[in-house]
Design a protein around this ligand. Sequence first.
Ligand SMILES: C[S@@+](CC[C@H](N)C(=O)[O-])C[C@H]1O[C@@H](n2cnc3c(N)ncnc32)[C@H](O)[C@@H]1O
Length: 225
Amino acid sequence: MSNSENKTESRIIVTADGSHSVYNTQMGLHYHSIFGALQESQRVFIELGLWAAFERFDAIRVFEMGFGTGLNALLTLLEAEKTGRAIAYTAVEAYPLPLDEARELNFDEILHSHSLPALHEAPWNGPVAITPHFQLTKQEGYLQQFSSEDRFNLVYYDAFAPEAQPELWTAELFEKVAGMLVPGGILTTYCSKGYVQRNLKAAGFTVEKHPGPARKREVLRAIRN
Ligand SMILES: C[S@@+](CC[C@H](N)C(=O)[O-])C[C@H]1O[C@@H](n2cnc3c(N)ncnc32)[C@H](O)[C@@H]1O
């Protein structure tokens, strides 16, 4: 399921907290909140997702819907090294960013880290040990076609908004994602729309609403029943 022929047209932007994001000019979509990419990722995926998973599970397997800029992967890697907890991280991405664009992202500068190039340069479709506690598998392709023997403890559901990609927010696709999680596994997402909550519930999740990052009243954490 290689999509190397899919060329993205994108440019880097600076969000309100100083961290970069990407704007897809073809689709007219931002990869993160323009009010702060770093703040959004930290709140939605690390605080509500990873920290909760640390409390529930020993070894952690994370699945990310949409590798994109690698910001969520980098923040997760930094948590793995800070805590000494082993994390196996799998991300699916249908339209990988060009490497030269990824190299311009300022996340390492802002986070005082140096691992972003290794995340982007890691080969696709196989596990790579990036740091002692962080193993990365980037799978090029569509979530709809993704399959794995592994069961995950945590899903970062970071698809483009439902207005742009409604097919990624259906009860059917959430059922597939629920099947990828262990019982009690966690899914977090920045989108709290009513029908997203309903579709998650229909797919077998218990849905919690939590205060979001800057200018975002609510975000979701869903637990697989
Ligand atoms: C909102 S962006 C988030 C990206 C990333 N998590 C980040 O922090 O930069 C959504 C990502 O999903 C990817 N994507 C879109 N449709 C997809 C699909 N059907 N399967 C897998 N990835 C997809 C996009 O190319 C994009 O990188």
